[in-house]
Design a protein around this ligand. Sequence first.
Ligand code: GAR
Length: 190
Amino acid sequence: MRIALFASGTGSNVKNIIEYFSDKPKVSIVSVYSNKQNAGALTHATNAGILTRVFSGAQLKEIAPIYQLIEQDRVDLIVLAGFLLKIPEEFIVKFKGKIINLHPSLLPKYGGKGMYGNNVHKAVLAAGEKKTGITIHYVNEHYDKGAIIKQFETALSTEDTLESVGLKIKELEKKYFPSTIEELTTTTQL
Ligand code: GAR
């Protein structure tokens, strides 16, 4: 099973996933793709000796350039790990059922355009939610609306701040995202 990671940010999830699979020969993290040249995710990949590929938003919209690289890397599964651009519909059609995303809320709540990272946590706190969590789901043509694979929750209290919610989410991501990917690779015909 050959996995490509797509990331735009600091890359804590990229790091966790690379480390988790480093001693699991059945799964290989073959490349890390980013639309940001200075993304921390690329540094984690380089440090682990994994191929990095940087592209622009325009190249993603064109589809062919990225599609060719994905084919070249012989990728079976694309994992969006903090990737903030919308994947074009034509691309999703080509990789139907083979792109999954991590979202830092209990979808369908707090998903959609503009809902990423701290924006999500701010909205959750402002609404006085008693819990939040993470969702791992398939990517379809509608933002954050693909079939849910798994969700994991954490309780919130009135003491919680933007920082503490962020930490609780990171903890869930570290504990459950890599293992859910592994489960998917063993239980699904990708
Ligand atoms: C993660 O919390 C992930 O859930 C979120 O971006 C963060 C990236 O952190 N993704 C989204 O908000 C997608 N809509 P990282 O760069 O440290 O992995």
